[in-house]
Write a protein that binds this ligand. Structure first.
Ligand code: B1M
Length: 221
């Protein structure tokens, strides 16, 4: 069992999606995360064990490497793609309620801002850490966030902004959300955002990268 889990983790970490994927060249022709996850389930390994001991382990290593500048956006996207191929087999267990998620994370890029690459990476890493993701997309108004939190009052909210002009829209969002939902935790990030700015708008946490966001959420579970 450990061998199979390690193989799945290695596939996710190196971005090996399935047997047909040519990336990485060193694993060409080998089974990928897609096939190995199916084998693991067929052998009776619980989805939560695959999630915790293969997918989350791998995505956490990927996040740490990314934070240390040892890998870059393309490798991270390939790892997320491999993780998603594994999730094709795992997701039905979560949807049926047979396996529990760690929580719900609502994420979006704030009003006026159309940048979504960083936001998507954060969402993928957090999903890889075992959370349900509600991705509101880009150009998200406070009203949209409020509607989403009304549906999932126990959720944690993430705001992303890439422009110095739109990061100011986080202020209204945080104030509207905090005014409405007592105890709601809000995480902010994006290239122009800083810890000082986070504090000044009353958000709970700033992370410069996806790994920091994952670690913050871990402290809340
Ligand atoms: Co735009 N853009 N862009 N752009 N763009 C920047 C951001 C810019 C710095 C380029 C520049 O001038 N050097 C500049 C902003 C200047 C400023 O405000 N200081 C800029 C501008 C000006 C604009 C337009 C206004 C250009 C124009 O039309 N005149 C326009 C605005 C449109 C709008 O949003 N309303 C615009 C448009 C676009 C495109 C549509 C062409 C495209 C976006 C495509 C897309 O996202 N689907 C685009 C792109 C690609 C960029 C650059 C080149 C790359 C951004 C990116 O994806 N980086 C960017 C310049 C640059 O960064 N080199 C630029 C990679 C990504 C992985 O990093 O998003 O920072 P990032 O995410 C990181 C962290 O920030 C963090 O984790 C991620 C991984 O480490 N993070 C979080 C992000 N969100 C987080 C949330 C968290 C936690 C961490 O918790 C919730």
């Amino acid at each position: 069992m450990i061998d199979l889990l390690e193989k799945i983790a290695a596939c996710v970490e190196s971005g090996k999606v399935d047997v047909n994927s040519p990336y990485p060249p060193s694993m060409k022709g080998q089974e990928g995360a897609f096939e190995l996850t199916k084998h693991a389930l067929d052998e009776g390994i619980a989805p939560a064990i695959i999630m915790d001991n293969a997918l989350i382990t791998a995505m956490s290593r990927v996040g740490q490497k990314f934070s240390r500048n040892e890998i870059f956006v393309p490798q991270m996207l390939m790892a997320a793609k491999a993780m998603n191929s594994s999730m094709i087999h795992i997701k039905p267990f979560y949807i049926s309620g047979e396996t529990k998620r760690k929580g719900t994370f609502i994420i979006g890029t704030v009003k006026g801002d159309l940048h979504d690459i960083g936001k998507n990476l954060v969402a993928m890493m957090i999903e890889g850490a075992g959370w349900e993701i509600i991705d509101l997309g880009v150009d998200v108004s406070s009203e949209r966030y409020i509607e989403a939190v009304e549906q999932k009052p126990e959720a944690v909210v993430g705001l992303s902004a890439l422009l110095t002009t739109t990061m100011e829209n986080m202020r209204k969002c945080v104030s509207d959300l905090k005014g409405r939902f007592t105890g709601l935790k809000i995480l902010v990030g994006g290239a122009p955002v800083t810890a000082d700015f986070c504090k000044s708008i009353g958000a709970d946490f700033y992370s410069p990268d996806p790994q920091g966001a994952v670690e913050y959420l871990r402290t809340l579970v």
